[in-house]
Design a protein around this ligand. Structure first.
Ligand SMILES: Cc1cc2nc3c(=O)[nH]c(=O)nc-3n(C[C@H](O)[C@H](O)[C@H](O)COP(=O)(O)OP(=O)(O)OC[C@H]3O[C@@H](n4cnc5c(N)ncnc54)[C@H](O)[C@@H]3O)c2cc1C
Length: 486
């Protein structure tokens, strides 16, 4: 193996791993992906059972342009690989008094709906317009993998500071939204966006309100065939540019000897001069035999998901539905203090609303998710049963039907299973949370501090969690590797 060797190993075939692998393979690298599962996609996986089709993880697509970037880099038309449609109704939000409001793909329509529940439409539109402006500066300033403190960065950062104002940076999101919106129901909706980084709206800084801009102003989409079509598209792209996949190849150890990585699986040891890990950042540290110093308080939330085949259709429910808890603040207090969750907010995704092939006739595929602490040992069988009963009871009241009697198929994702299936450390969805300004600034970088040929991509490192950011992390890190060698 010479120093000009153009072979490279990528660990994991999640969105970030496949985006990095395709970019590097198209640029002349001979790329091998080692994947512990028998298929690709990681968290963005697929479950098909008894006529029901479930996306195992992500359900909401935003910023598809960022994913398209992987295809465009390889001179391919992304629309030859996957397609999507913009949602008219994005999410139906239910409150504990059983009223609901729809957030739409059109911000003016959303403002109309919000006005009906007491928020002056101008107040809302001004609020969104401010965060939209801040988002646009942030996108080109902070959402880059490789922040360079040069003139362009500094002038963008200055513009950003002027727009957001210093005290708003530090104010917790929920406090800011209370001050600006003064409408408990709309505050809940805007506060929920903190969960997109696995954080608490009562801790994360107000500037994370930009997350709402992404969904409410840039648009939310449904990919044809469901979310897994994105994993499938990236897999096909990888194959087309020559990436080799070694499935059922769980990495058990990584060492760095004589300027190269030795990556051990049960069957074989692989050598690589450069290594890209798409495995959870902390899990990768464990494979490197490094000490990990992180507590549940620092980690993003985990989740429990019930995949239910339901033998009835519910016209009142949409593709994305949220049923808020009675006390949102207490819920986050419970999550980050590892208490039992007394009253969880429930998210229901029903992709059969958009694609009839996802459930048998007259049935629906319910993906029912709640947030829980990222601590595997907390969700015991007893606790899982308690949560299941609680959720069934709450949902049955909401839809005025005995849900338990309508569940014909069930599978459950727990933090433990998320860890086993995808390598998530303690089941955390996005690595560390963003509950403070410091944690945002210190998000794990894409290049190892000590070993400069070791790179990290995916939702647990920069720029952040979620499919578009994971894809961006893969593409930008690959470009960084290419630039380094030129
Ligand atoms: C329940 C849930 C809901 C979500 N909802 C959304 C949503 O609505 N919208 C959105 O954009 N995002 C959502 N996300 C987040 C999104 O799924 C991820 O951020 C995204 O898929 C990024 O994945 P990744 O690149 O970090 O790789 P991952 O999906 O984490 O993949 C890592 C890969 O590494 C492999 N691996 C792990 N350990 C080893 C090992 N030892 N050896 C070899 N291979 C290994 C795994 O098997 C896996 O294939 C959700 C996630 C979950 C779990």
């Amino acid at each position: 193996m010479s120093s000009k060797d153009k072979s490279l190993v990528v660990l994991g075939s999640g969105i970030g791993g496949m985006a990095a692998a395709s970019t590097l393979a198209f640029s002349g690298y001979n790329v091998t992906i080692l994947e512990k599962c028998s298929t690709f996609g990681g968290k963005a996986g697929l479950l098909i059972k008894e006529g029901f089709n479930f996306d195992t993880g992500p359900s909401l697509l935003t910023l598809p342009d960022w994913i398209d970037e992987a295809f465009l880099f390889c001179n391919k038309n992304p629309r030859d690989y996957y397609s999507y449609e913009k949602l008219d109704i994005v999410t139906r939000y239910y409150f504990s008094d059983k009223t609901f409001v729809d957030v739409c793909g059109n911000i003016e329509k959303t403002a109309d709906h919000f006005e009906k529940i007491g928020l002056d439409r101008k107040v809302f539109l001004d609020y969104m317009s401010k965060w939209n402006e801040i988002y646009d500066v942030s996108e080109k300033t902070f959402l880059s993998n490789n922040i360079k403190f040069n003139k362009v960065f500094l002038s963008n950062a200055l513009e950003w500071l002027k727009k957001s104002s210093l005290k708003d940076i530090y104010l917790p999101m929920a406090k800011y939204n209370q001050r600006e919106l003064s409408n408990q129901k709309i505050e809940l909706i805007m506060n929920r966006f903190a969960t997109y980084t696995g954080s608490s709206p009562y801790a994360t800084p107000a500037f994370m309100n930009q997350l709402g801009v992404v969904e409410m102003m840039k648009g939310a989409y449904f990919p044809k065939g469901g979310i897994h079509s994105i994993s499938k598209a990236l897999y096909q792209l990888c194959l087309n540019v020559g990436v080799k996949f070694n499935f059922d190849s769980a990495v058990s150890n990584i060492s760095y000897v004589k300027n190269k990585f030795k990556i051990s699986t049960k069957e074989k040891t692989y050598d690589s001069l450069k290594l890209v890990s798409n495995i959870d950042f902390f899990q990768t540290q464990k494979l490197l035999q490094r000490n990990i110093n992180v507590s549940t308080k620092d980690l993003s939330t985990s989740c429990v998901v019930f995949y239910w085949g339901v033998t009835k259709e519910f016209p009142k429910l949409k593709l994305h539905n949220i049923i808020f808890s009675g006390d949102y603040k207490q819920e986050f207090n419970d999550i980050f203090n590892c208490n039992d969750i007394a009253d969880p907010t429930i998210y229901i995704n029903i992709s059969s609303k958009m694609d009839k092939t996802h459930a048998p006739n007259g049935c629906e595929n319910w993906f029912v998710m709640i947030n829980v602490p990222a601590k595997i040992s907390l969700i015991t069988n007893k606790e899982l049963n308690r949560l299941r009963e609680l959720i069934i009871k709450k949902l049955s009241i909401f839809v005025e039907e005995n849900i338990a009697s309508l569940i014909s198929f069930e599978e459950i994702l727990t933090p433990q299973k998320l860890h086993e299936n995808t390598g998530s450390f303690e089941g955390a969805l996005y690595g560390e949370n963003q509950n403070s300004f410091k944690s945002i600034i210190n998000r794990k970088k894409n290049q190892d501090k000590k070993l400069k040929n070791l790179f990290y991509v995916g939702g647990t490192v920069r720029p952040g969690g979620g499919m578009p950011l994971a894809a961006k992390s893969g593409i930008d890190t690959a470009k960084m590797i290419l630039k380094d060698e030129s």
